[in-house]
Ligand binder design. Structure first.
Ligand SMILES: [Zn+2]
Length: 266
């Protein structure tokens, strides 16, 4: 994968005939004590003890090979902190027309991943959206949100292993939220795992993947999922693209000490 452009809130790279964008929706500061030492083990204290950790919020756009305009997660729209909901600005910065987005693939239904279907000023963000890919087990979480009712007819539920076209497949990564789903691109040159909320605090959870996050729905399962996926990604030299990994949120996982480290693409 080769970086082809980079600006403050957007990075593009190519892999085979694919173009991959990282687009920043902004960031959010969360209490550091949401980090846990593991299921039932209490809070984990970061070495520097900051009271807040800053989480990037990244969205990823895939263009190419008959799958034009697949956007993986779409940020918070106007529904959360003012520091979030800036995907439209990142797209403008990158010269991407929002009406070119045909498919949104959601990793899960938390606010910071799906409310960007509506812009901060209340407009439908993607005028030509034809499909919202979502895990079967996440559909209820979408339908529960009345302000998103106008999008329900677009829902296209998938299960683990389903293909979204020639080179993209759904991969269940359970634990963080109902139906938490990764999307895997096999470009022919690289394998890229768009892994949603597998990692919340990269500064801690690559080195110690057993650490969990207070908002993980099932702490034990999310821990096992993270340990297994980081091992697999490091062994297969896959790329990882994470919603909350430091901007641009794309890198390779390498073994380091008793855990891992991320080698960012930029
Ligand atoms: Zn999230």
């Amino acid at each position: 994968m080769i970086v082809t452009s980079q600006s403050a809130n957007a990075l593009s790279c190519t892999s085979g005939s694919w173009k991959i964008w990282s687009l920043s929706d902004g960031h959010v500061d969360m209490p550091a004590d949401l980090l846990r030492r593991g299921p039932g083990l209490g809070k984990y204290t970061l070495a520097q003890e900051p009271s807040l950790v800053r989480l990037s919020v990244n969205c990823f756009l895939l263009e190419g090979a008959g799958n034009n305009g697949v956007l993986i997660d779409c940020g918070a729209g106007g529904q959360w902190e003012p520091s979030l909901g800036h995907l439209d600005g990142a797209m403008a910065e990158a010269g991407i027309d929002p009406s070119s987005i045909g498919v949104v693939a959601l990793t899960h239904t938390h606010l910071d991943h799906l409310n960007g279907l509506i812009t901060r000023d209340g407009r439908v963000a993607f005028a030509n959206l034809s499909r919202i890919v979502i895990a079967h087990d996440a559909v209820a979480g979408f339908v529960d949100q009345p302000h998103l009712e106008r999008f329900r007819h677009l829902l296209a539920p998938v299960r683990d292993g389903d293909r979204l076209g020639g080179h993209l497949a759904a991969l269940a990564i359970p634990g963080h939220a109902p139906g938490h789903m990764a999307y895997v691109l096999d470009s022919g040159e690289d394998r890229v795992l768009f892994c949603g909320d597998l990692i919340h605090v990269p500064a801690a959870q690559f080195a110690r993947p057993e650490l969990t996050w207070g908002y993980d729905l099932d702490q034990s399962i999310s821990r096992a999922t993270r340990i297994n996926l980081l091992r697999e990604a490091s062994q297969t030299q896959a790329w990882l693209a994470g919603a909350h990994m430091a901007k641009p949120g794309i890198g390779r996982v390498v073994e380091e000490g008793s855990g891992y480290a991320l080698r960012s693409i930029a």
